[in-house]
Design a protein around this ligand. Structure first.
Ligand code: PEP
Ligand code: MG
Length: 557
């Protein structure tokens, strides 16, 4: 038996034989050129065919898959793609090469954007493979028909394939690439298939090999021994019992301290899915996702529509937080480029960009105010990357002038965390972005995988900055909306230092609720004191686990 490890992204244990999904077709050897206009029409027709097929599948898919299939179809219909193909045809490429290069450009932009957007690259490459197959007159690439229990193993899985998988037949997914916010991960957990991503050793698995997978710990057992599988199953059953025992409704600690459990979203469809997963509201709507990949900013009317949809998803008194445009650095905007910078992560990003492009910010604030009127619900609005008291005041004045009543800032720069009592003076709430706070506190680029030891929010220095923010909050509601909030054990530490609102990927909410239900406020405080006293992230985690309820053992990976 061999044990491989990846990132568990969809809980559950499965065992079956592996089916390795063969790679998508590459560029054809010959690519005859015709008139630009004719070649463009051929490529457009192929793209439309792919989009139509995806839309057709969306019509016959269940609710969880519809949004992904429709979004993928929209990529195929993106007019920007057509323009780019035309440019490549005009500079002498044949249709297949023009298509390939146009997609490459889009993929590069998304990869440079990082995070959620970078994980959309898989979706784009899937559209490209399907279109190339149409151009070459080949059958659609992807997962073959599955008629017996199987664990799919792939380099990465296309969302259009994942969306229509039958959990009765597909007992697990293992991909070498992918990430926790890739559509494969999101869909797998929606459909209920155990899934593991970022498991490079999976490349050595061949079809027919017996596998067992645990989607919580990220374990893949190759040719597993019976006892090892029994251990995985027993752990999964225990975890299910703990999750099932979580009381329904609002989130509380064991002794009744109210903590909000909210979702991070990037689009209105995410809000609907998050509500189904128990989100009480939204702690972070990354509104920049409406702006990226576009040649022009979305109009006020378009924004009012999107914001209203999100507000309407939740009850009147729900906390729904809109973060204003967080562009620049790893999320460049075509229409708000302030020129090249030596260190973009330390440059004119976030609020600093909004202070230059006040037109973009003011339209956004006006759209939020109009959405509030239209829906009768009061949005929370917050600015990203606030470092100083003056910046916080500048934003707060502007948002209130626009008619917004609940104004906050993100605390993701150590300076703001250290001086929170002054920085928060003019605002109503704050949300700590632990992803950037960790990057800036540890001076470690968050996009640099090799620095992952420094980049964990378990770093005592990062936890101390979270505590410092809470200590200076003067009674204001302080939340966390970075990845840290979705770690059930770390959530206890966060509540222990004063955090009362946790916002995370929707799939993580139930486990965090379970963790809080197992502990009293005093226990969280005790765990926090112990974790913060440790010299390293590993020791902090160990100290927290040692004081936590034994039920936590099955909730942590
Ligand atoms: C963060 O920095 O923790 C955060 C939530 O914002 P983003 O990940 O979008 O930078
Ligand atoms: Mg951030």
């Amino acid at each position: 038996m061999q044990t491989l490890t990846g990132l568990g992204v969809s809980a559950g244990v499965g065992q079956a034989e592996a089916l390795v999904v063969s790679p998508a077709p590459g560029l054809p050897e010959t690519d005859p050129k015709g008139e630009v206009k004719d070649d463009l029409a051929t490529v457009q027709a192929a793209l439309n065919k792919v989009a139509d097929r995806l839309d057709y599948r969306a019509m016959h898919a269940d609710a969880a898959a519809v949004a992904v299939l429709t979004a993928t179809a929209m990529m195929a219909r993106d007019p920007g793609l057509g323009f780019s193909v035309e440019n490549h045809l005009k500079s002498g490429s044949g249709p297949a090469h023009a298509l390939w290069d146009a997609f490459d450009e889009f993929c590069e932009q998304l990869t440079a954007a990082g995070g959620y957007l970078a994980e959309r690259v898989t979706d784009l490459k899937d559209v490209r493979s399907r279109t190339l197959a149409v151009l070459a007159g080949l059958p659609e690439p992807g997962v073959p028909t599955i008629d017996r229990p199987t664990i799919l193993v792939a380099e990465d899985l296309a969302p259009a394939d994942t969306a229509t998988l039958d959990p009765e037949m597909v007992k697990g997914l293992v991909t070498a690439a992918g990430g926790p916010t890739s559509h494969t991960a999101i869909l797998a957990s929606q459909i209920g298939i155990p899934a593991i991503v970022r498991c490079p050793q999976a490349r050595s698995i061949t079809s027919g090999t017996k596998l067992a997978v645990d989607g919580v710990t990220g374990t893949v057992l190759v040719e597993p021994e019976e006892e090892a599988v029994a251990v995985l199953i027993a752990r999964a059953e225990k975890r299910k019992a703990v999750l099932d025992a979580v009381p329904e409704g609002d989130t509380h600690t064991k002794d009744g301290l109210r903590v909000l459990t909210l979702a991070n979203i990037g689009a209105p469809a995410d809000a609907i899915a998050a509500k189904k997963k128990g989100a009480e509201g939204v702690g972070l709507f990354r509104t920049e996702f409406l702006f990226l990949e576009r040649q022009d900013a979305p109009t006020k009317t378009e924004q009012v529509g999107v914001y209203s949809q999100v507000l309407d998803t939740f009850d009147e008194d729900a906390k729904v937080v809109f973060r204003t445009l967080d562009a620049g650095a790893d999320k460049p905007l075509a229409f708000a480029d302030l020129g090249p910078e030596e260190n973009p992560a330390l440059g004119r990003r976030g609020l600093r960009l909004s202070q230059v492009r006040t037109d973009l910010l003011d339209t956004q604030l006006a759209a939020l105010a109009e959405a509030a009127q239209k829906t009768g619900k009061m949005p929370y609005v917050m600015a990203p990357m606030v470092a100083t008291t003056l910046e916080a005041k500048w934003f707060s004045d502007r948002a209130r002038e626009a008619g917004l009543g609940v104004v906050g800032v993100m605390v993701e720069v150590p300076a703001a965390a250290l001086r929170s009592s002054q920085v928060l003076e003019t605002v109503d709430f704050a949300s700590i972005g632990t992803n950037d706070l960790t990057q800036y506190a540890m001076a470690a680029d968050r996009l640099q995988g090799e620095l992952s030891d420094l980049l964990t929010p378990w770093q005592p220095a990062v936890m101390q900055l979270v505590k410092s923010t809470c200590d200076g909050a003067g009674g204001r509601l302080i939340g966390v909306c970075g990845e840290a909030a979705g770690d059930p054990l770390l959530a206890l530490v966060l509540v222990g230092v004063g955090i009362r609102s946790l916002s995370m990927a929707a799939g993580k909410i139930q486990a965090v609720k379970a963790a809080l239900a197992l502990h009293t406020q005093a226990q969280c405080e005790e765990i926090a004191v112990a974790a913060l006293a440790q010299p390293t992230p590993e020791e902090a985690k160990k100290a927290a686990l040692a004081l936590a309820d034994p039920g936590m053992e099955v909730l942590v990976s």
